[in-house]
Ligand binder design. Structure first.
Ligand SMILES: [Zn+2]
Length: 532
């Protein structure tokens, strides 16, 4: 069924004669069901012409010497620059041509003066096919997608001009036209293109999909359309970081809301001029939202930092925990980059034993995201086989939200350590036994000298929950500690020149140092343990 009624005829004719495309005409006539927009452009144009001709035929009957039946609606010449002009020529010019078709000014396509071709060739099957070819060539794995488009900001200016034009015409017939009576360009574009995408790629369009296909359009020929707005409304166009131009869509919309209709009409032609060329496609991009992998790691090396150790641009050690794990993940997920986080960290010379330390890795723009639990197990095996410095367990896919559990209550958690201690004075078993009886010892730690370059100076109170000793020889013993998370263990042993009080040295009245330190357990119940 043809979507326009007699009531729309006048507006439709006016718009068609001023160079507006059939789909934009439907929009301005408030056609809000999808089917008519989806017809192929040619068919749509023919139908519209037929509809408008009927009226002309009727008119023609009243003409004494009827011209040939077929008539042509020709674009008004460029003379129409504003409302004043328009009201004189509101009907548009009608001229007769021989072959009966409505001719285009430029060969076969008149570029729409409102959508600049967006609702012409850029929503037709052929263009969507081209985008889909890019999507398929991108190598992303996806089961649904979200499609986003970015139109040049001057489209909003042209839309505004066309709206004022139609509003004025309807006003003459005592009809009103609000901003919301028009179907938005984006909406109409969606109605037409979404089914085409689904059909071509065989997956549904889903606003919540992590896989995004985005197309950015530009129209160099008309970039200056926006510029007059800046003179009228300088406040709306303030330079912003990471923006190439002040004429963003948001800024233009803001200015259009502020500007008085009369002022707009004085500065910008209503109807807008017809452009020579359609929009250009600036880019077609595919991207996948990040996915997250979590697990626990053990570190068995005293010569391996957790993250790349770089001082003054120079790398100190060739590897790191995060690289030994993430390199494999990057390859398998075909991701662009990663972000590593963990529940606390250990020094380069500290081992992490026991159940290991929870970690999570964000994989940015992954091309592959679907894995069975068996495949993840194999991936874990691969990581573990490739290095004897680390081992990974409980490797699993997790949500972004779940990672919060890793950091939750980190300060209140308990950590267990074992340390090998050296003393300057000779000691006997009985000299260290008193340490076993100390419970919940409060200590004050000034930010250690070794981390002062990256942490602010502060005094923090920490709790040593319990200690256990094991005598080795006159100058050595093992110390097992349960402490509040965030305690600086090395400093608790040697005192850091009196910056940690009390400390093992001061408690024993000796000079003490720490030779080896191992993390025995990190009490964070996340991620969930998996059966192996
Ligand atoms: Zn259009």
């Amino acid at each position: 069924m043809f979507p326009l009624t007699e009531e729309n005829k006048h507006v439709a004719q006016l718009l068609l004669s001023t160079g507006t495309c059939p789909r934009c005409i439907y929009r301005f006539c408030g056609v809000d069901f999808h089917a008519p927009y989806k017809l192929p452009y040619k068919e749509l144009l023919n139908e519209l012409q037929k509809f408008l001709e009927t009226e002309k035929d009727e008119l023609i009957l009243e003409v004494p010497n009827p011209p040939p039946k077929k008539i042509r609606l020709q674009e008004l010449e460029d003379g129409i620059d504003g409302i004043d002009n328009l009201s004189q020529n509101g009907e548009g010019k009608v001229s007769v041509i021989e072959d009966g078709s409505i001719a285009s000014k430029n060969s076969n396509l008149n570029v729409c003066n409102v959508c600049l071709g967006i609702l012409q060739e850029f929503c037709e099957k052929e263009f969507i096919k081209k985008v889909c070819q890019k999507v398929e060539a991108s190598g992303f794995e996806f089961t649904n997608l979200v499609f986003s488009v970015s139109f040049p900001p001057q489209l909003s200016v042209r839309e505004h001009a066309a709206w004022l034009l139609v509003k004025q015409e309807m006003g003459k017939q005592s009809l009103s036209l609000g901003r919301n009576d028009i179907v938005q360009l984006k909406e109409a574009y969606k109605w037409i293109t979404h089914p085409l995408f689904s059909e071509e790629l065989g997956v549904p369009i889903d606003g919540k999909s992590l896989f995004e296909v985005s197309v950015v359009f530009a129209h160099p020929e008309t970039v200056e359309d926006c510029h007059f707005l800046r003179a009228i409304c300088p406040d709306c166009f303030k330079p912003a970081k990471n923006k190439q131009s002040v004429f963003t869509r948001m800024a233009v919309m803001k200015a259009l809301n502020k500007i008085k209709e009369e002022d707009f009409c004085k500065q910008f032609p209503c109807p807008p001029n017809s452009p020579k060329a359609v929009c250009t496609v600036l880019e077609i991009e595919c991207a996948h939202g990040a996915v997250f992998v979590a697990g626990r790691y053990n570190k068995y090396s005293r010569n391996l930092p957790q993250t790349p150790w770089i001082i003054d641009g120079e790398r100190k050690l060739e590897s790191s925990v995060e690289e030994l794990i993430s390199d494999h993940l990057l390859a398998v997920f075909k991701a662009e980059s990663f972000n590593f986080s963990s529940s606390g960290r250990e020094d380069v010379d500290v081992r992490t034993l026991g159940n290991g330390r929870p970690f999570a890795i964000e994989l940015v723009n992954p091309h592959r995201v679907h894995f069975t639990s068996q495949e993840i197990k194999e991936l874990q095996q691969k990581i573990n086989n490739s290095s004897n410095k680390i081992q990974v367990r409980d490797l699993q896919l997790v949500t972004r939200e779940a990672i919060g559990h890793m950091k939750e209550g980190e300060e209140e958690k308990t950590k267990s350590y074992s340390a090998l201690i050296w003393t300057n004075k000779a000691i006997q078993k009985k000299d260290i036994e008193f340490l076993n009886g100390i419970k919940d010892l409060k200590i004050d730690q000034k930010t250690p000298l070794r981390v002062l370059h990256r942490r602010p100076l502060a005094v923090r109170t920490r709790i040593i929950h319990s200690m256990e000793t094991c005598y080795v020889d006159e100058h050595h013993f093992h110390l097992y500690l349960k402490t509040q998370a965030g305690t600086y263990i090395k400093e608790f042993v040697h005192g850091d020149f009196g910056r940690t009080k009390p400390n093992i040295g001061s408690l024993m009245n000796v000079t003490a140092d720490i030779l080896e330190l191992d993390v025995e357990s990190v009490d964070v119940d996340w991620p969930p343990a998996l059966d192996d």
